[in-house]
Design a protein around this ligand. Structure first.
Ligand code: BGC
Length: 375
């Protein structure tokens, strides 16, 4: 055993001629639309944004958690399917779920024992994944209602979400002003761009937490999906998923996806299933290919590109059939996989890892792209 440790903004309106040409080619004008999705128990209104690109791909994102509710992409015959797990109603999200589609922060992944120090001051966070802190605490960014605004972009449709996290929220120092922009491009990419600033030194690590199933959400497990990861190394952990600090080679382990393998091929050798952080090979800050996933029955491919140094690969090991998702589909173990671009786990306590510290005057940024096509 290996331990792992509807307001529509459309380009079409004033461009009648352009639209006609577009329709003749069987494409549509990209658009962004908004509708009400419900309200939280505290009475905060939640909106749902729909982005449609010129090829008819559709992403729906709500203001609760700046969370991707659905992502419809074609198979090799052009048939659209929703490839992310989630729910049909806001009430189901409010009832609790394992971060389906969410924007996770202020610190995605784990912080050992919920403690870190900055300049000699120790901060204590919730140990909501005992004995550790996970995904920003009890009420992380995934459970906040974000402000939203449709953004004008050249090559698709976009919406920007904003949230200001007050000083001391969930135990973290500093007021953090954060933004996440989802852009659905006409090149069939879902681009997620982040920005954050602070008024006191703090740790920031944001990620996108969709559970993907390229055969369509709820259509079986993901074990026959073929994965390649651009990483020669990973960060081994203890039994509570806290890194030991070592940067270990993946060679000769079931974590080696430098050549394509199905997710299921060696999963039996990994206690609990895959749940580990890869150290991506790319050494500069440019957006580079991090992983590629191919689903053979539908031909759908998703590439993940990012400028982050780490990628958490998680095979939905804790899904157990107790959640019923969209269209009445039951989510059993391994029914979705996550590829979360981020800093490494427990970075605030690991000076040898690429830093997650953000000072006043600096801007945290991240660009992660999910590119869809078929073969
Ligand atoms: C983590 C898992 C955790 C899951 C919660 C993933 O990012 O790697 O350990 O159980 O999030 O949904």
């Amino acid at each position: 055993m290996f331990k792992q440790g509807v307001m529509v903004v459309a380009a079409c309106a004033s461009l009648l001629l352009g639209c006609a040409t577009v329709e003749a080619e069987d494409t549509v004008a990209p658009s962004a639309a908004v509708e009400a999705f419900g309200q939280t128990p505290e009475g905060q209104a939640v909106d749902l944004y729909t982005l449609t690109n010129s090829n008819g791909l559709r992403a729906r994102i709500m203001t609760y958690g700046a969370l991707l509710v659905s992502m419809e992409v074609p198979d090799r015959d052009g048939t659209l399917a929703d490839v992310v797990l989630g729910f049909d109603s806001l009430e189901d999200y409010l009832a609790g779920h394992p971060y389906f589609g969410a924007t996770v922060g202020r610190y995605a992944n784990r912080i050992a024992l919920g403690k870190f120090s900055i300049e000699g001051t120790e901060y204590t966070l919730a140990t909501n994944n005992a004995p550790n802190h996970l995904h920003g605490g009890n009420v992380g960014f995934d459970k906040r209602v974000w402000a939203a605004e449709i953004a004008e972009v050249e090559n698709g449709a976009a919406v920007t979400f904003s949230y200001t996290s007050p000083d001391g929220e969930e135990g973290y120092p500093g007021t953090v002003t954060s933004q996440v922009t989802y852009t659905l491009t006409n090149d069939n990419e879902l681009k997620v761009g982040y920005k954050a600033t602070t008024d006191k030194a703090t740790h920031v690590n944001l990620t996108h937490h969709s559970y993907f199933n390229l055969a369509g959400q709820g259509n079986g497990d993901i074990l026959s999906h073929v994965l390649t990861v651009e990483a020669d190394h990973y960060t081994p952990t203890d039994a509570t998923y806290i890194p030991t600090g070592e940067i270990a080679p993946v060679a000769n382990t079931p974590f080696d996806f430098t050549a394509p393998h199905t997710m299921g091929e060696r999963i039996g050798q990994v206690e609990g299933g895959y749940d580990l952080n890869y150290v991506l090979n790319s050494k500069d800050d440019a957006v580079a290919l991090a992983a590629k996933v191919y689903e053979p029955t539908t031909g759908r491919v998703m590439e993940v590109w990012t400028d982050e140094p780490g990628l958490q690969f998680y095979t939905g090991n804790f899904l157990d059939g107790t959640l019923t998702g969209k269209a009445g589909k039951v989510y059993n173990k391994n029914f979705g996989f996550c590829l979360e671009a981020q800093r490494f786990p427990d970075t605030p306590n690991r000076p040898n890892f690429p830093t997650s510290l953000l000072h006043p005057g600096e801007t945290y940024t991240q660009t992660t792209v999910h590119k869809f096509y078929t073969k």
